[in-house]
Ligand binder design. Structure first.
Ligand SMILES: Cc1ncc(COP(=O)(O)O)c(C=O)c1O
Length: 415
């Protein structure tokens, strides 16, 4: 959307990426948000209020768990897992939405809107809206609604209106377009709670700022446990918020940072969502910002695929695009098949259930572990928990008993 007239406002670039390519009608709203964010960021009491909220409402600091059995299994590095799955609502998304909720209060707005892919960000936003007493509307692609019905159920129970998006390929990018349209009409009382470190300034920076709580904690925790920094830190990359969150704790350290994108059915098939790890991504401007997109030579967005709905997005954080060009972050991809393998191993060895999104980071860490030694320490960011995704995961494993159970259940509903 917004392909026609747009206006540049006070903005920020990360190398060649970022910016604010927005319609004139939204300029005042973006300016107001940028100012509110800058004021909050410069007010030490705001960060304290945020940390207090997260520690009383969302189990922060989340633990850094030593994966003793995986460490023994690979016989390589000491493996730690940062437990963002233990956040309220089951993923790192809570860090961002609760922070934006505090900003909405500061701006005196009363309504929030959001886009959601996996449904995780939608549930987190609906939760935040319930807690702060905001009206809430969530836009979700029809395809995502089908594969994430339980999250739709919870959003509605939490009082949100969930609007199915039937345009385009009916997934996350289409939901973002719809949310932007709503915002352009209702900006007086409405704040758009963007779920990841993408979009026009100040969203990438603001979301990364709230997520930086992960890296701040992880750095302190690993130093306390191991007395040294990790060799590598692994995180999955959808829009890029959990990765930026944990990576930012180690930007100034000699620590290798590895972002893992969705390799889907394999990079060679074209059915993936690897904007930075494949050769299929190219720089372009869409949805208010400049980054690497999966697009054709006419700039039309391509279809993406991943077993993990939260990684299934055509764009990626401009901050990560710049870090790739600088060579500060290495990008890899994991296929759906590899993800299910790593997911199973993590359950069997550690009794932990990573979200399918997070399992992408585990794949790469497991691939590289045999080449490291006991002197190495690595951290894998478990961005969310998988048990709430039972429908998607049972489907991905083609579990015959689960299928029977669903058929029987459906029969009972039909009776
Ligand atoms: C559990 C989980 N991890 C990762 C992601 C990807 O988002 P991001 O790259 O912004 O962290 C999602 C997105 O919905 C998610 O639900």
């Amino acid at each position: 959307m917004f392909g026609g007239f747009f206006k540049m406002i006070t903005t920020r670039y990360y190398g060649d990426f970022g910016g604010s390519y927005i319609p004139e009608i939204l300029v005042a709203t973006f300016d107001q948000l940028t100012k509110a964010f800058e004021d909050a960021r410069n007010d030490p009491a705001f960060w304290e209020e945020y940390v207090d909220l997260m520690s009383t409402y969302s189990c922060r600091p989340t633990p850094l768990t030593f994966a003793e059995n995986l460490t023994a299994h690979f016989g390589g590095p000491r493996i730690y897992i940062k437990r963002e799955d233990l956040n309220h609502t089951g993923a790192h998304k809570a860090n961002n939405v609760m922070g934006q909720g505090l900003l909405v209060k500061r701006m005196g707005k009363t309504r929030v809107i959001a886009e959601t892919g996996a449904g995780q960000h939608g549930v987190a936003t609906a939760t935040m809206a319930a807690k702060f007493g905001f009206e809430c509307t969530v836009y979700m692609g029809e395809v995502d609604m089908e594969r994430q019905r339980p999250n739709v159920f919870w959003m509605e129970r939490l009082g949100a209106r969930v609007i199915p998006v039937r345009d385009g390929t009916r997934i996350l990018k289409d939901a973002i377009n719809e949310a932007l349209r709503d915002w352009a009409t209702n900006m007086d009382n409405t704040h758009y709670v963007l779920g990841t470190a993408c979009g026009a300034h100040p969203f990438p920076e603001m979301v990364a700022y709230f997520q930086s709580i992960i890296g701040k904690e992880a750095r302190g925790q690993v130093l306390e446990k191991e007395g040294k920094l990790p060799t590598r830190v692994y995180a999955c990359v959808g829009g890029g918020s959990n990765a930026l969150g944990i990576f930012s704790g180690f930007f100034d350290d000699p620590v290798e940072l590895v972002g893992v994108e969705a390799g889907g059915k394999g990079l060679e098939t074209g059915l993936h969502a690897s904007r930075l790890a494949s050769r299929d991504g190219s720089p372009g401007v869409a949805q208010g910002y400049r980054t690497y997109f999966l697009q054709d030579s006419d700039g039309q967005m391509k279809e993406t695929h991943s077993v993990a709905a939260g990684l299934d997005y055509v764009g990626v954080s401009p901050i990560l695009a710049s870090l790739k060009e600088e060579g500060r972050v290495r990008f890899e991809s994991a296929t759906d098949y590899e993800v299910l393998d790593a997911f199973s191993l993590t359950l069997l060895k550690e009794g932990l259930i990573p979200a399918l999104e997070s399992a992408h980071a585990f794949v790469q860490a497991f691939k590289e572990s045999p080449d490291m030694t006991g002197d190495d320490v690595i951290i894998i960011n478990q961005s969310g928990r998988g048990d709430k995704d039972i429908f998607t995961i049972a489907d991905a494993f083609a579990d015959p008993e689960w299928r029977k159970f669903i058929i029987e259940k459906a029969k009972k509903y039909n009776a």
